[in-house]
Design a protein around this ligand. Structure first.
Ligand code: WTA
Length: 643
């Protein structure tokens, strides 16, 4: 089933890609002359201090030798693209429209005000001794000050690393240590869904054993009493009050790191994915303007959290570079009830709305009565991101929310890609429920066999990208070898995404999910290895293996197989507590099973394929298990299976 683009979405497009012919033309230009294509985009979109003449230097074949570069001879400060020029041309336009946890609790920053606030914060950071190239951890909820903190870091040339406010003290400490941050910016208490999140208290705990931290800057959100360390802790409002609202942006090279964002992989600890300045901002700006067909009067609302890449690229950097009005939302789709999103659409006349399939499924399950009766006529483009969307949820979004009058952009991308890589372009691309459709200009996807051979035409395989693009991650912080081995060793000369994908006869892409040991639970990316490491901290646990299984709302659920220590019994509360303490509140086990042993090869490797099948309820399709060291454990696991 194909959905044509509704006329009201097609007409009056701001992007030059307003139909499929134009798309093919732009796509071909980007393939034939990547340097020319991106140099022209960056010059028209970004305020450079020294305009670049170089496009790409290096490539996937040479990534072993060091990071590739885009626009390498240019210099800039990305905040001038996001703030100063809009403060001149549209000073009164609302840049950030914030809605707090309680419905109708609204604050706004115009571009003029945002520039002043970021300048104050930048001066405050300099006053605290933050210098170009130093790392700053931002551990906050969804308050405008989180965006201001990010921009202030960028303004002084410091490298920020935002840590999602749900992460535990352990996880926060790991990240602080890995990047050697000297400053943490946090807030007293976070608010979400009517609940308090003790951000400052968790920060204090994380600082024990994180000796690099010299200062903690604390934004006052709720005014609750909080612990205070004299000499280390500084109030945000006091530091900003004493600072000038004029700040000369620090000039950096195009390849100066803008931020580090930690993300989960197949193995080991989360890795610090590094994004740099000129290429990243160009790609965030280009994709945001193009995919959503951003128009001057749009009210753009992305429901993600700034702790994830979507919040970086499509709440803060892309929209602000494009001079948009971007909404920041502190709460959850279910607070105070399942009509919250749609009340906000009506209240703020939102035109572009971007959320995750999990939220759509959860809201659809609550019934249409929370949607119907709300005035959603302002909506034009609906977006999804983070996980595959099932056709039922897609159709509900299209019909019940969009009234059939909007186009849906199912955007596939990753922390590593920096911005949207496969997606419909709102006014141009007919859609199919569940398909991320076509590659963005500049993205050259390929489907591969496990041996790396290219699959042409319709087919299914491993998704790779064959040519560099400006928004891609450059390295892993402090570990370029890990960057190379994770992404460039599977298929020499191509970037390996970790996702499986099917391509149909129209060339449309259908993501089938991760092919590695990464879980995607409610759109949150988590590593099985992280869960397993957390679980074996429980004394009664001898061994643990984690797999994902299909979950009707969360997309994937977390299934744990646990082998207990001899004579010990396992209680669920201790397992959940370990995950909460080691990872965070968002890391929960959905189902677990105590087993006598795990299926292992003779060399001791856990056969997850078998565990995955059993958790999926397909235990009768295991095939040959005779290569296992002890095939009898499989029957025992199957007998005890209980989802
Ligand atoms: C998955 C989030 C299907 C995918 C931006 C990818 C998707 C991982 C989609 C990256 C989509 C993201 N359809 N799957 N539209 N978007 N994914 O790094 O498995 O948090 O590899 O970035 O999410 O998650 P990450």
């Amino acid at each position: 089933m194909k959905y044509e683009v509704p006329a009201r979405v097609r007409e009056g497009a701001a992007t030059p890609i307003h139909d499929l012919d134009r798309y093919r033309e732009h796509y071909a230009n980007a393939v034939n002359d990547p340097d020319g294509f991106w140099l022209s985009e960056t010059k028209s979109r970004i305020a450079w201090k020294t305009s670049p003449t170089q496009g790409l230097v290096g490539g996937f074949d040479e990534v072993k030798e060091g990071p590739l570069s885009w626009f390498g001879d240019g210099t800039l400060n990305i905040t001038e693209s996001c703030l100063d020029r809009h403060a001149k041309s549209t000073p009164e336009k609302i840049a950030i429209l914030w809605e707090g946890d309680e419905p109708g609790d609204v604050r706004t920053y115009t571009y003029d005000e945002l520039l002043a606030a970021v300048s104050r914060a930048a001066n405050a950071l300099s006053e605290l001794g933050v210098k170009k190239g130093e790392r700053v951890i931002i551990y906050m909820g969804m308050v405008p000050e989180a965006a201001i903190a990010m921009l202030a870091c960028a303004r002084v040339g410091a490298i920020h690393s935002v840590v999602f406010g749900g992460f535990s003290a352990e996880a926060l400490r790991d990240r602080v240590r890995d990047c050697g941050a000297e400053l943490i910016i946090t807030q007293d208490v976070g608010r979400r869904g009517g609940r308090d999140i003790p951000l400052k208290a968790v920060t204090d705990e994380a600082c024990v054993g994180a000796s690099s931290v010299k200062k903690v800057l604390v934004y006052r959100r709720t005014g609750d009493e909080i612990p205070w360390v004299d000499g280390r802790d500084v109030w945000w409002h006091e530091a900003l009050e004493q600072s000038s609202d004029i700040h000369e942006a620090v000039e950096v090279d195009a390849e100066h790191p803008l931020f580090i964002l930690y993300t989960s992989g197949s193995t080991g600890r989360p890795k610090g994915v590094v994004h740099t300045s000129g290429g990243y901002i160009t790609y965030a700006s280009y994709t945001h303007a193009t995919v959503f067909d951003l128009r001057p009067d749009d009210v753009y609302a992305c429901m993600a959290d700034v702790g994830w890449i979507t919040g970086h690229s499509y709440i803060v950097y892309g929209p602000l570079a494009n001079g948009a009005t971007t909404l920041m939302f502190e709460s959850t789709p279910l607070y105070p009830d399942a009509g919250r999103y749609w009340d906000m659409v009506e209240r703020h006349k939102i035109t572009i709305f971007y959320t995750a399939p999990t939220a759509i499924r959860a809201l659809a399950a609550k019934g249409d009565e929370h949607v119907t009766g709300k005035d959603l006529s302002s909506l034009r483009v609906l977006g999804t991101v983070g996980e595959p969307i099932n056709p039922e949820a897609w159709v509900w979004y299209h019909e019940v929310v969009g009234g059939g009058r909007c186009n849906i952009v199912d955007t596939w991308w990753q922390t590593e890609t920096g911005g949207i890589a496969l997606s419909p372009i709102a006014p141009a691309t007919p859609t199919k429920p569940g398909s991320a459709t076509l590659p963005m200009p500049g993205i050259q996807p390929s489907l591969r066999t496990p041996e790396g051979a290219i699959i042409r035409g319709p087919g299914q395989g491993l998704l790779c990208i064959d040519h560099p693009w400006p928004g891609q991650a450059r390295t892993v912080w402090g570990d370029h070898d890990r960057f190379v081995s994770t992404y460039f060793s599977h298929v020499p000369g191509a970037y390996f995404t970790g996702d499986g994908c099917r391509r149909d006869a129209d060339g449309y892409h259908w993501i089938t999910g991760r092919v590695d040991d990464v879980l995607n639970v409610s759109g949150h990316r988590m590593g099985t290895a992280e869960f397993e490491a957390a679980l074996i901290t429980v004394e009664a646990v001898a061994e643990a293996a984690i797999v994902g299984y299909p979950h009707p709302i969360k997309g994937q659920g977390v299934y744990a197989y646990i082998v207990s220590q001899p004579g010990e019994s396992i209680n669920e509360a201790s397992l959940q507590a370990a995950c909460r303490e080691q990872i965070g509140a968002h890391a929960r086990i959905d189902s677990f099973q105590v087993v006598t042993g795990l299926p292992k090869t003779r060399s001791g490797k856990v056969m997850r394929r078998i565990l995955r099948k059993i958790a999926e309820g397909r235990g009768d399709e295991l095939g040959d298990v005779s290569t296992l060291a002890d095939p009898s454990v499989v029957d025992a696991i199957k007998d005890g299976f209980k989802v």
